[in-house]
Design a binder for this molecule. Sequence first.
Ligand SMILES: [Zn+2]
Length: 544
Amino acid sequence: MKRLPLRVTCIPGETAASFASRLARRNGVRRLVTFCSDVGIDYSQLMNGAPAEIERLATLGGADHRILQFWSPRLMGDGWFELGCAHLKFTCLQRTNARVCPVCISEARQQRERASGIHLGLWQLESIRTCHLHGCLLEPLVSLGHGRDAFDIVRLLEGYLPPQPTYVDENERHLETWLAGRIGTGRGSGWFDDLPIHVATQTAENLGALMILGADAKRSEISARDWLRAGNAGYAVMRNGLDAILATLREIQSLTPIDARLHRHRFGLFYNWLRDRDEDPAFDIIRDSVREYIWSNFPVTEGSIILGVPTPEQRVHTPATAATRAGEILGMTLATLRLLRAQGLISHAPACPKGASYFDEGEVTGFLKKLNSLAKPGAKTPEDAVPFREAALQCQTSLAEVVACVLDNHLPLFASAPTEARFGDLSVSIRAIRQTTTIPADEALSLGEASLRLKTDTRTIRALLECGHIDHILPFSDAKHRRWRVVCARSVEHFRTNHVSLTELADSRNRDAANLSKELYRYGVRPLRIGDKCQRFFRWCDVI
Ligand SMILES: [Zn+2]
């Protein structure tokens, strides 16, 4: 095979098909298909990156076949391709609806030799949406309607007027930069780099779409610009590993409105996308973790199918199933359980439905275990020891306050069989409770008092302390009192002037809390990040 007399210069990153299309036009042939049959190159094989055809083309055009090969997607069979240093499943590629960089095309037209345009190998990747040279969005070309010319870039560009480029900041293109590097220079190290490329990019994009566009966004209606932002957001999470993905799902769960919706609504777009990948085992690494997360955080009933696998047992309970289980475990009524939960003593699972809550069985047994550990075997029951409910009556306080006081101060409990005792079997000394309530109220507050002032529960107070929204003080120096967690009254006042709880806000506006939370969410107002099992607080300045 001889070199053709008229040649074009191969451009870095260009596919063999693009080079061939330009070479054909330079030599006066209007269609690439015709050119291939004229010079004895198998057109289909060339489009699939076959080495023998690329070598033939390189000889004809006086180009380096290794460079042409490197940037031409090569079909490997079984739906996999090679491009650059990477193996790519066919779902990574978007081969027939060509997209181009408007600036690259304009520049190519100014240079006489390239007068007819260019197509780069990277532009065939679904997840490459910008030009790495110019940082602008790739623009789709009008398809010619018959498959034979789908790779004939010169023909596709006939009469094409490049639109004004849409430039995208480099900070929004991290996923693409990673992907281009993966193809151009090879695999890096770390969890994200070890994923198959289609799993890495598609998971990043769909997780990111959930993060920035919400669960109800329709995948088919998302623009290239938004997919780019989504991929960038998902990449920022995923490069920190699998746990970071789950932490993101947890955060989405805790920041979205309170209602009765389950995982498939809460994670809608992402969940449905993952469910539809059920025939590709490469996604198992993501799917297995997400399924496990759903089992542990939503009240899915035994036997219901989650991402292809039936639920082995129900781990998170709704009030209906909790009533029975809580009764069995704690020996208390659902009403009592609700009371304790209202004070944050037993947390509810994050996906709480309107007007009720799910109970995590582990939390309920953990709560009982905590109480049991305070009951000493063989300890003599003092005369003033009474059950919690009776103690609440005698101390003129609530049942939850009594339990909180016992837990906060590690007061001893009494029962005839301490290790097996259930909630109703335990008793506490009235004197011991009264002795704990001698904290100077003007400077320091107990957790219980702080929670009353902010109209919330002690769990939330603890979280506010941990996050530094309110302060600790230690008013007593003697060791006996050190384990008391005492709250600075001034910091509580300060917090109260700047923040409001969802419940209080809803009450003051005569609104339903769940609806109000949805509306705030829609306006971009987010609660303080103090943990998903805490009550929600907003900054006053955000909600006025
Ligand atoms: Zn460009």
